[in-house]
Write a protein that binds this ligand. Sequence first.
Ligand code: SAM
Length: 228
Amino acid sequence: MNDADVVICPAYLIIGIIPAMMGLGTGAVHDYFETVASRYGYDSSHFPWAWLRHQESKALESLLDQIESPCHRALDLGCGQGYYLRKLLIQRAEEVVGLDISPAMLAQIELPNVIARQGDFTSPLCGFSADYKFDLLFCAGALEFAPNPQTVIENVGQLLRPGGHFILLAPRKGLLSLGYQAFHRSHGLPIQVFSQAYLTQVCRRQGLLLKVSRRVTPFNLAFRFLRE
Ligand SMILES: C[S@@+](CC[C@H](N)C(=O)[O-])C[C@H]1O[C@@H](n2cnc3c(N)ncnc32)[C@H](O)[C@@H]1O
């Protein structure tokens, strides 16, 4: 997919630009996760979500294991209740920050060593100052909620130090993702799904080189990018 596809694709207009213009972007996402926060932990540890979680977790952990350089500071974008902060990040970085738009999701994080920060990953630099750089950025199951995912990737490019890593889990474009989109559309959230070619290209433009990609399940893809 190239730039032109993104600009003219009617589906992109319907699920991306138009909702963003109507204010259905991060406000609706915030309200949705505030509502589901109290049952999110329970749901994700029961069928069918638990199976998906297990597959995703294995794949993401193996991508993290490939990182050999020291990781001083890590940031989880859309960290939710901190599942990956706990499972994957805390042993690997000295300073771990979890960013999420929903205070109710953040309130469930029970990790004393983590900095839980409320913020919007589509806002400039996610609210961090320009000289605050990370060695590792992580984003699992959250990019699809951004009205304009390119803004998030721009932030990733700016927040990562050269030589840093970006690990991403995102829903894969295809027939099966129609079900996932329909699920979120049923409560008013227009989510996006991605092809590998599109994500690779958008990341490349921000100085993020694809190192590894995996199809985790038929529904989603995991990536490790290196910041040039
Ligand atoms: C499906 S949950 C995944 C949470 C976590 N990454 C996990 O795997 O358990 C998506 C999370 O992304 C957060 N999110 C969505 N849009 C966001 C935005 N624009 N800025 C920050 N967080 C956002 C939501 O509040 C929610 O907690």
